[in-house]
Design a binder for this molecule. Structure first.
Ligand SMILES: *Cc1c(COP(=O)(O)O)cnc(C)c1O
Length: 434
């Protein structure tokens, strides 16, 4: 299958090129030229399939022309070594828990899939692939853990010294093996600038093979469709799959766009809701038809602090640019930090279900917008323990840290300290490749 750029100024590419490049040369996002429909039989039997089985069928629709069935099966089954259960929160409202992976957030799914796909593409090559990733916290941990132990690939995680939480830091500094944590004396933007400079450095790129594991990469983005099918299957088992509304806490809009892909492939979801924090760019677009990006503001749900969501370009491409169609199929919501606090506390006290600040936006939007006869599923995008200080301050409780998160905290931190000067980073990479 070919992949085209949403800016239409670059050539169409193969899956392999789309994955290795990440962003198209015209700075557009890659999109598959077609979305194959799943057949009727698939949906009739979906409630009898395991998560891995149904995901393999969906993966074949995306990647079946490019990857032999046996390899694809191995990649999908290895990626999905954990469940995404649907859990009842209250009447008609269910949580799709996406935090049962190694770093307790949904980004594990895309990162694990991309790691295995890159490993597959690089199998026949002698040269090591080096993945550079800049992180303000969560992406680094998902990518590092996703790529841990993948042969032929080395990952460099650049993060700002002293600016990520101790829980986040230990998830990518204690791994060792093919993961190197690089601690930069600067802020997140400095880390991002270093990575960008390295990609544009022709001499360095001749010397070593570099690639990015950015969230806009098709290999990180498309596999997120899998768990929407799993949500539907579980609701079908409960007899509650008719009139299904899926609500997605959204920042860069990769997660919800994968769900929309599912819908275009025939997934019977009535409508979607994108729940924003105070970064209300998409919400305003739905109301006005005008997309006006603005600088992001910091909120309690910080992984959604995005002022110019990259994947908006993919949403537009899916609906042929029609505001009417987009607004007719996707609802919006926006919440302040005060509202997030109030809702997280209220839900915990009334139902006993502890939300994280991101999932809270999704829960509240369903609570406000679900109509009689509809069933709602919101995506619980991370485990509340990842935001322990904030969540404890809101509930007055003491959220228990899951064992796999505690295990990271017992590891020994290893990192390379560098200044924010590109010459230092460049020299470091040259030395590494000797
Ligand atoms: C990344 C992230 C989001 C936002 O997802 P997008 O795909 O960027 O919309 C929401 N919640 C959590 C916990 C995240 O880590």
């Amino acid at each position: 299958m070919k992949y085209y750029s949403t800016n239409h100024k670059s050539d169409d590419v193969t899956l392999r090129d789309a994955v290795v490049r990440g962003l198209a040369p015209d700075r557009g996002l890659y999109m598959p030229e077609r979305l194959n429909k799943m057949d009727k039989e698939f949906f009739e039997n979906i409630d009898k399939m395991t998560f891995q089985e149904m995901s393999l069928e969906v993966a074949k629709a995306f990647f079946g022309e490019d990857i032999p069935a046996d390899d694809l099966k191995r990649i999908v089954y290895d990626t999905l070594a954990f469940e995404t259960p649907v859990v009842k929160v209250e009447d008609n409202i269910y949580s799709l828990e996406l935090f049962h992976g190694p770093t307790l957030a949904f980004k594990d799914v895309g990162a694990r899939f991309m790691a295995r796909l890159l490993g597959y593409f690089n199998k026949e090559e002698k040269q090591l692939v080096n993945v550079l990733v800049a992180t303000s916290g969560d992406t680094g941990s998902a990518v590092a853990n996703g790529f841990l132990g993948v042969e032929g690939v080395h990952v460099y995680v650049l993060y700002p010294k002293g600016k990520v939480s101790p829980i986040q830091e230990c998830q990518f500094t204690t791994l060792g093996r093919n993961i190197t944590a690089v601690e930069i004396d600067g802020v997140f933007d400095d880390c991002q600038a270093l990575v960008k400079n390295a990609f544009m450095d022709a001499e360095l790129n001749q010397h070593m093979k570099l690639t990015s594991a950015n969230s806009i990469n098709v290999a990180r983005f498309l596999p997120q469709a899998f768990y929407y099918f799993n949500a539907y299957a579980q609701m079908k088992r409960l007899g509650k799959a008719d009139n299904l509304v899926i609500c997605v806490p959204s920042g860069n809009f990769g997660n919800i766009t994968a769900g929309l892909f599912g819908w275009f492939m025939g997934l019977p979801v009535k409508r979607f809701i994108a729940a924003n924090n105070a970064n209300d760019i998409f919400y305003n677009y739905l109301k006005s038809g005008v997309y006006s990006p603005k600088p992001s503001v910091q909120t309690l749900a910080n992984a959604m602090d995005v002022g110019d969501p990259s994947n908006f370009a993919r949403v537009l491409a899916l609906y042929g640019g029609s505001h009417k169609d987009i607004a007719g199929h996707i609802g919006g919501a926006t919440y302040t930090d005060e509202q997030i606090k109030e809702t997280l506390k209220d839900c915990y006290e009334r139902t006993g279900y502890l939300l994280d600040p991101h999932g809270t936006c999704g829960y509240r939007a369903l609570k406000e917008q679900l109509e009689p006869g509809e069933y709602g599923v919101f995506l619980e995008t991370a485990h509340p323990a990842k935001f322990k200080e904030k969540v404890d301050a809101i509930t007055g409780g003491d959220v228990e840290i899951p064992a796999r998160l505690q295990a990271f905290m017992k590891g020994i931190k290893q990192s390379v300290e560098l200044s924010k000067d590109y010459t230092d980073f460049r020299q470091f990479l040259f030395n590494e490749s000797k």
